[in-house]
Design a protein around this ligand. Structure first.
Ligand code: HEM
Ligand SMILES: *[C@@H]1O[C@H](CO)[C@@H](O)[C@H](O)[C@H]1NC(C)=O
Length: 316
């Protein structure tokens, strides 16, 4: 009797582990290529040193990879006769960037490892962390062992990537579909503490919104006219090259750049957390790191699934 329940308990524990922990592990490359992670860090540091915005761009690549059928490197694939690239999706076209740096990382990692053992999906996850660190943000242990897809879907990217005009219920629902909660939504939106956006994306808000600080709207209108200037850039917060809490203190002052940013502090259920983050950098850092790991766990390909691409832009 005792041994039978023992068996059942172990069977249950094994099942729980196998289904929830996947097989991602921070140590995944420790034996097979200990030089891999330092190589990624070197190139990210150099790229961010050359242009601080690149840190923001690399963070966003991991996000847009994970939200479209899991963190499988699909975003990096160029078009083939069988599918159109996700780079052409509404939320990506003329917007996501950093692919040349990813190519550079891939070439260097394969060189130091002596063969292609590190997936493009893992490169995105590590480059995102190294970018955040390079801009003064928190570090975390990146779970590794993702494999790369051989397919991409522009249609899926079109339907799941978020839009700047979303209100809070839409944002919450979109994250929920990815298995992420409201705390993840607020923490991860803090990614907008770095980087830039185009006038075309925030024009409607700075000319039409009522939940906006008038001085801030005026300041943004100066470089984003009613017509024309679509590609003019503005920072999400006052310190776009520093991973700090300015994004959240701006929201509290109705200085969010996108409708979706201000939606997090607009009288709804996330107001309190925005306020908390604006006052407690450590809480934001902790939560951001945790939520990045949760985002990085979305539907990875593991073990015999997918492949390790040789060129991140195409399947082997
Ligand atoms: C919550 C919903 C989100 C919406 C609606 C949203 C939307 C956008 C938009 C519209 C842009 C600017 C696009 C352009 O002008 O071309 C942008 C940029 C950016 N997003 Fe988000 N985003 C969201 C969440 C996130 C998350 C979760 C992260 C990362 C954890 C993130 C990281 C970034 C970064 C770093 C940039 C700047 C990129 C650069 O300067 O190259 N965003 N986002
Ligand atoms: C402001 O809103 C009106 C009505 O929705 C719209 O027609 C107009 O284009 C908007 N203005 C800007 C600058 O986006």
């Amino acid at each position: 009797m005792a041994s039978r329940s023992n068996f059942l308990l172990h069977a249950f524990l094994w099942l729980a582990l196998a289904t929830t922990a996947f097989s991602l592990s921070p140590k995944f490359y420790d034996r097979v290529c200990p030089q891999a992670l330092p190589a990624i860090k070197r190139i990210v540091q150099a790229a961010v040193h050359k242009e601080s915005r690149m840190g923001a761009s690399l963070l966003r690549l991991h996000f847009h990879d994970c939200f479209v059928n899991g963190c499988d490197g699909s975003l990096l694939l160029d078009s083939t006769p069988a599918f159109e690239t996700e780079k052409n999706a509404r939320g990506n076209l003329n917007s996501v960037r950093g692919f040349e740096v990813v190519d550079e990382i891939k070439a260097e990692v394969d060189r130091v490892c002596g063969r292609p053992v590190v997936s493009c999906a893992d490169i995105l996850a590590v480059a995102a962390r190294d970018s955040v660190v390079a801009l003064g943000g928190p570090a975390w242990k990146v779970r590794l062992g993702r494999r790369d897809s051989t397919m991409a879907s522009r249609a899926l990217a079109d339907s799941v990537l978020l839009s700047a005009s979303m209100d809070l219920p839409a944002l919450i629902n979109n994250f929920k579909n990815q298995g992420l909660n409201q705390r993840d939504l607020v923490a991860l939106s803090g990614g907008h503490t770095i980087g830039l956006s185009r006038c075309l994306i925030f024009r409607n808000r700075i000319y039409n919104a009522t939940n906006i600080d008038p001085a801030f709207a005026k300041q943004r209108r100066a470089t984003c006219p009613r017509t024309g200037g679509n590609t003019n850039l503005a920072p999400f917060d006052s310190t776009p090259a520093k991973f700090d809490t300015a994004y959240f203190s701006n929201l509290v002052k109705q200085r969010g750049l996108l409708t979706s940013d201000q939606a997090l502090f607009n009288g709804g259920s996330t107001d309190k957390l925005v306020k908390t983050y604006s006052l407690n950098p450590d809480t934001f850092w902790n939560d951001f790191a945790k939520s990045m790991i949760r985002m990085g766990n979305i539907k990875p390909l593991t073990r015999k699934q997918g492949q390790i691409r040789i060129n991140c832009r195409r399947a082997n």
